[in-house]
Write a protein that binds this ligand. Structure first.
Ligand code: ADE
Ligand code: ZN
Length: 339
């Protein structure tokens, strides 16, 4: 392992763009499927991995929603979540803001309570046994209607003590942000942090529209912002965080390969870019694998890595006091002052 990879492995970070359902490793999927007697199109983990070839976001979502069908009980959601949290802690992740997609479960007859209690049990355990803190962001599936989204928002209000934020995910094409304007207004009135996927497959105009109609605090992905200079100026000026997921972008063919990724250009343009893993069980790596792959292909240096790690805490919804603690930890780790 080279020196920079070693530096990356040790640096403390936060992860802000992670779908818990996207951490369902094939081995766990197969074993939960057997436990719950849910048939899968794969005989074993190896053949599942082989089938994970995606031509675009929708081709991935079809496989992803099919796989989540094995998740039925509180224990399943606990097993899924604790496995991810242990992995994240082992990669020196200090804080995670995790997405979950309740509509992909309630549509199959699994109750909201089952999902959230399983996730929360893992959070409670992690908070006392692992060196990381956790927050939960409930995502609204944008291919469904706003009315269906508002129904699940009502459920979130019942479980508000466990839910920090509301996000927007699933198919961006054909489902513009303005479809969910009322829902996001309501979420903000209720005091939730709000974030939304935009500019993953959608263009710069989709990011602009998301900011102007949904008034979210962060943009998930956002890589297509670079097509519009005035949008980039606005994102830089307002330091709107962009939670970029390099391996996801390559696997979903947003970029042909990692060398073509615009992460470095975004960072050097002054955007508040962070690195995240999105759906690591499907895209070939967890957060530090994303850092390492991007660093190799784009020739990132130590200062780039420090900036990315700092951004991850700055962009989080942690208190200013906690942000300072982690930023100081980075400075101590890096062994030099960084302005
Ligand atoms: N749900 C899970 N992963 C996603 C992604 N990369 N984009 C949109 N919705 C998602
Ligand atoms: Zn995502």
């Amino acid at each position: 392992m080279n020196q920079l990879s070693q530096f990356i492995e040790g640096i403390p970070t936060a992860e802000l763009h992670l779908h818990i359902e996207g951490t369902l490793e094939p081995e766990l999927m197969i074993s939960i499927g057997k436990r719950n007697k849910v048939a899968l199109p794969y005989p074993d983990a190896e053949s599942a991995r082989k089938a994970y070839n995606f031509s675009d976001l929708q081709s991935f979502l079809n496989i992803y929603y099919r796989a989540t069908a094995v998740l039925l009980t509180e224990e399943d959601f606990y097993d899924l979540t604790i496995a991810y949290l242990k992995k994240a802690a082992s990669q020196n992740v200090r804080h995670v803001e995790i997405f979950f997609d309740p509509q992909s479960h309630t549509r199959r007859g699994v109750t909201f309570e089952t999902v959230i209690k399983g996730i929360e049990r893992a959070f409670v355990e992690a908070n006392s046994t692992l060196t990381l803190s956790t927050k939960l962001i409930m995502c609204i599936l944008r291919h469904l209607s706003e009315v269906e989204g508002l129904e699940v928002l009502e459920k979130a209000l019942e479980w508000k003590q466990w839910i920090a934020g509301i996000g927007l995910d699933s198919a961006e094409r054909g489902n513009p942000p303005e479809k969910f304007q009322h829902l996001f207004e309501r979420a903000q009135r209720e005091g939730f942090l709000t974030v939304a996927h935009a500019g993953e497959e959608g263009n710069a105009a989709s990011i602009k529209k998301t900011l102007d109609t949904l008034h979210v605090s962060r943009i998930d992905h956002g890589v297509h912002c670079m097509e519009d200079n005035s949008l980039v100026d606005e994102l830089v000026l307002r330091q709107i965080p962009l939670t970029v997921c390099p391996l996801s972008n390559v696997r979903l063919q947003v970029f042909k390969n990692m060398k073509q990724h615009n992460l470095k250009a975004m960072l050097h343009r002054g955007l508040c870019v962070t690195i995240n893993s999105d759906d690591p069980a499907y895209f070939g790596g967890y957060i530090k694998d994303n850092y390492i792959e991007a660093a190799k292909a784009l020739m990132l240096d130590r200062d780039d890595i420090i900036r990315l790690a700092q951004n991850s805490f700055i962009a989080s919804s942690l208190s200013e006091t906690h942000k300072k603690l982690y930023l100081n930890e980075i400075i101590r780790y890096a062994g030099h002052e960084y302005s």
